[in-house]
Design a protein. Sequence first.
Length: 138
Amino acid sequence: MPSALLAALALSTLISTGADHKEGRMEWQGGFCPVSRPSHRVTSNRKEWLELWKLLGQDAPAADLKGRVAVAVFLGTKPTGGFSVHFLEPRQKDGVLLIRYRVKAPTGFAIQALTQPYAVRLFSRPSGVQIKVEEASS
């Protein structure tokens, strides 16, 4: 494999696995994880939080889940890099907190390798609500 491709792969991994803490929001994204099928996971306690990050092969970041819920979205195996998850603002109605997301496809040059993009985000969770996660229609 050419060294330029290896460097691009390493750089894309470093760039895409960071946390986003702007405006108090806690969100993590990455391009590689062991989950090869599209799915999602809702985590509401420390045990589940630790299991989620063990699944991702990473140490669990510090997070206070009191009054919060973590939603992880796995896009499954994609043919190239550049795919990502964009969470929309949650909506609450009739005792259900709806958490929607959009899948963003690559625009422009992307690494030519199989990837397994994922995103994890913490959301405020009002007491007594159920959580529903779905992909938003375009």
